[in-house]
Write a new protein. Structure first.
Length: 240
């Protein structure tokens, strides 16, 4: 399998607190990878390391993708938003187009129109972001993350605090991207989204407790080890 990003012995500390402790993880081209773990386990920090948002205190990051830096689409958990900003949906999405390249207005417009149509927010393109609902904002920033056809998409809790209809729309978009050979990495507490969408799973609690196929993780033993207390798998139909 083609490797996209390799992390080796990653440590992240904040003061005296260890956030990530000796994490080694490889992201592959065919990954639809869910990152899970208890609150405070370091999921957000690990995603920020993968996205290049923060640098680890120790460890190495390898980018073997055709000997170049992969283009990363990143959706943070907390959307950066100035509440009184008059900026429009179009202007937000436009900031996701790589500024190191000079695009004509026509190319930028085509990219933005295509991604908003794919996500189903094309009618909102001229709306101000202060007038949008939480779910609509999440879709706008998802569009920003994927507008420039990234090599990899990284999302932190993309389905939290939004309605089920928006959650379904987000994962439909992600599934389509994955079918087109774009690797997806996201953190989530949503077991339904995880069990229905992903092909691989990583569980961390400061350290990497598990990384592999989802069916190999779904056992009481792994859950107890990762979350630090007795846990049981409950099945309902084909959902666990």
């Amino acid at each position: 399998m083609e490797k996209i990003i390799e992390l080796e012995h990653i440590y992240v500390k904040k003061g005296k607190n260890v956030i990530l402790d000796d994490i080694s993880l490889t992201i592959y081209k065919n990954d639809f990878l869910a990152l899970i773990g208890p609150n405070g386990s370091g999921k957000t920090t690990l995603l920020k390391v993968l996205a290049g948002v923060i640098k680890p205190n120790y460890g190495k990051i390898f980018l073997p993708l055709n000997n170049k830096n992969p283009k990363i689409g990143y959706l943070p958990q907390k959307i950066p938003l100035i509440l009184n900003s008059p900026v429009t949906v179009k202007e937000i999405i436009e900031t996701g187009i790589n500024s190191s390249f000079i695009f004509s207005d026509n190319i930028s417009k085509k990219k933005i129109m295509q991604v908003t149509k794919d996500i189903g927010i094309d009618k909102l393109i001229n709306e101000k972001i202060i007038d949008l609902s939480g779910g609509q904002l999440q879709l706008v920033f998802l569009a920003r993350a994927i507008v420039d056809n990234p090599d990899i998409v990284i999302l932190d809790e993309p389905s939290s605090s939004i309605d089920m209809k928006t959650q379904v729309k987000i994962f439909n978009v992600l599934n389509t991207l994955h079918i087109k050979k774009t690797p997806i990495i996201f953190s989530s507490h949503d077991t339904f989204a995880i069990s229905k969408s992903v092909n691989r799973l990583a569980c961390i609690n400061k350290r990497l407790d598990f990384h592999g196929k989802i069916q190999d993780f779904l056992s009481d033993e792994h859950l107890t080890k990762s979350y630090g207390y007795d846990a049981k798998i409950i099945s309902h139909g084909d959902h666990q």
